[in-house]
Design a protein around this ligand. Sequence first.
Ligand code: PEP
Length: 254
Amino acid sequence: MRQKIVAGNWKMNKTLDEALALASEVSNMVKDEVNTDVQVILAPSFISLTAVGKLIEGQKRLALAAQNCHHKTSGAYTGEVSVDMLKSIGVSFVIIGHSERRMYFNETNEQLAEKTNLLLQNNIRPIFCCGESLEQREKGIHIDFVKQQLTESLFHLDTNQLQKVVIAYEPIWAIGTGKTASTEQAQEMHEVIRKHIASKYGEAAAAEVSILYGGSCNPTNAPELFACKDVDGGLIGGASLKSRDFVSIVKSFS
Ligand code: PEP
């Protein structure tokens, strides 16, 4: 059975005190209210990672994620954070390839392949984001585009490594826009992703990979999205900044 996952991407929000307050609220609510076997992941900014990590330590349903890492091991990359550094503070997941990083920081599929390798070598699981723009969808090239993102960044991995990667399908037109993909659109692309993985790694391996949906997911639409056959949870932006909304989403699995 593949893992159900809900991850909160706090992006460039929350000071240290605010991050601790949010983490504490989420931690208490998850402890008191969540009985399903779901992995809940918090991705605060680098500034708050260590403190939030300490706060949630020992809470078995909660794990710590970073929002990015550098694709080289170490060296003269002023302002960057290495995988080694993240490992040293107990990070267990890292979000890579978010469309905001691809768009504003020119991240390439090739760099994401390097990040994936470094993370897996350090026993950290990548949450690999993929997804098309509205223009690509309207041109009908969205499926090929997403397949290419997966092929170029992940298909050099062996089966064992690939199964440690969490995929997050995030149509760019749905991120932070209030426009959610319909359940049909989400299920269609999740199935495409799983079949694409199966074409290289076989159906049994593909069945074990968690594929999350991201893009204006909220407590109202999460239950129907999470009920789709190939949707194994969500990567949540805006709604992860309010503890009640985020935990409601976590509780959306039927
Ligand atoms: C995201 O940026 O990963 C995301 C899904 O954002 P939002 O939920 O705000 O659309």
